[in-house]
Design a protein around this ligand. Structure first.
Ligand SMILES: [Zn+2]
Length: 442
């Protein structure tokens, strides 16, 4: 009953009050997710044409670029698009706001990216773009079984919720918590009201939910289960996923978005990451800007099809992902294309002396089998140079474990290189509170 009320009255009404159109766009997404591949292609081309035409008419930065690179707006746009140079955070900084925005549109919110690489960015959204982003996110959450009005715990970086958000949280039955300021007592207090309760969702950062699962285990809390866990904002490692799923008798549904106001993909019931192509166009490219072969790692380059205030065309988001095969058809019945694997930030990788890339999952995949190491951080001072591993001792630690780990690293990398271990008392997270496993000093 309450959910019906939310769906039919509160939700459309709050759209009206706030001047948003989330409800309408969510309805569109709900139908588009079942389109055939050719319907999806047609819709994407239509949206691509619309945004590129808009850029051509209103955005000085793109007007010049399209002219310089002879973009044929009436040509095959997926190919034409490849003529456009990649947009980076540096370029955005240089041209914002005047040359990169449509001045006739009103800013509703400015999303700020902290950028682990130290490069900060600002991204403007108007009401229309914001509504479409939330509608995309909501669709992904629905794949996990969530709907507005269902009870949920949500952890986030900024627990200072303004009055509007507090009212929204109350209405939507969301309990909002700080993701990273947690200890056993806070976790006990948070989880207690949910013991032996059904139909509760847990939404938040992977590392934060993982910590909840770990502490719940230490506290002997065995009667909290979640209908589903929806993760966002950071990497969901396999060892996080398995502990969370075991501890809370649940299923994890990860989503892939970005602070730039992009909701790129979400996991369906078959746990494949589907890209919502009416919302974003994705390319996975190598170092030279060429499309990588299927099954290969590359840089994620995004074209937002919904942000008309500050269009992002071929924006290099700073993430790495593995391109899926076109033949990869999902049992869930959706024809939305799939990303095989999301690796994370492109700064979260190290290089061996023979130029092999070691992604963060490479290290977590090894260390998860060693409870003797409680926490670790990998550092490299120069590309291809020595790898330094700082660690906190865990259960029944002994020195020879380091030798075993080193050999595991060599075995998996199929290469030997200098690895140096140092025992420390504390490993600090990044300023945002998210764990920082790889530190690169170059
Ligand atoms: Zn699927």
């Amino acid at each position: 009953m309450y959910q019906r009320l939310i769906k039919n009255i509160i939700y459309p009404l709050s759209d009206k009050l706030m001047g948003l159109s989330i409800h309408k766009n969510l309805e569109k997404n709900r139908s588009a997710q079942w389109y055939t591949a050719s319907e999806l292609n047609a819709l994407q081309k239509e949206k691509l044409f619309a945004i590129l035409s808009h850029c051509n008419n209103h955005i000085p930065y793109y007007q010049k670029l399209f002219k310089d690179y002879n973009l044929d707006i009436n040509g095959d746009l997926l190919n034409e698009l490849k003529k456009i140079p990649i947009l980076t955070k540096k370029i955005i900084k240089k041209y914002l706001p005047h040359d990169l925005t449509d001045k006739t549109r009103k800013i509703f919110t400015i999303e700020k990216t902290s950028g682990s690489s130290g490069e900060q960015g600002e991204f403007y959204l108007d009401r229309e773009a914001f509504s479409k982003i939330i509608a995309a996110q909501t669709l992904y959450w629905e794949w996990a079984g969530y709907g507005f009005g269902k009870r949920a715990i949500q952890t986030g970086i900024n627990p200072e919720r303004g009055i509007k958000k507090q009212i929204k949280d109350k209405l939507l039955l969301i309990k909002y918590l700080d993701a990273f300021k947690i200890d056993k007592e806070i976790i006990r207090k948070t989880l207690n009201p949910f013991r032996n309760k059904k139909d509760i969702f847990f939404i938040g950062y992977p590392s934060s939910i993982y910590n909840y699962a770990k502490f719940a285990e230490e506290l002997g809390i065995n009667d909290v289960s979640f209908k589903a866990v929806i993760s966002l904002g950071d990497k969901m490692f396999p060892h996080y996923r398995s502990l969370i799923e075991n501890k809370f008798s649940t299923e994890v549904f990860d989503t892939y978005g970005a602070a730039e106001g992009l909701m790129i993909a979400g996991e369906c019931t078959e746990h494949k990451y589907h890209i919502l192509t009416p919302h974003v166009h994705i390319e996975i490219l190598d170092e030279n800007g060429e499309t990588v072969p299927d099954g290969t790692l590359g840089h994620v380059v995004v074209t937002s099809l919904d942000n008309y205030l500050m269009p992002l065309i071929r924006y290099k988001i700073g993430d790495l992902a593995i391109k899926s095969s076109k033949m990869n058809i999902c049992k869930c019945g959706r024809n939305l294309p799939i990303i095989s694997k999301i690796i994370g930030r492109d700064t979260d990788v190290l290089y061996t002396p023979k130029h092999k890339i070691l992604v963060v999952h490479f290290f977590t995949g090894i260390f998860e089998h060693f409870p003797e190491i409680k926490q670790f951080q990998v550092k490299q001072l120069k590309k291809g140079g020595e790898i330094q591993i700082r660690y906190l001792k865990g259960i029944s630690f002994s020195k020879n474990i380091l030798e075993i780990i080193k050999n595991k690293i060599y075995e998996r990398a199929e290469e030997d290189f200098p690895v140096h271990f140092s025992n420390v008392e504390e490993i600090k997270p990044s300023p945002s509170g998210k764990p920082q496993i790889i530190v690169r000093a170059y």
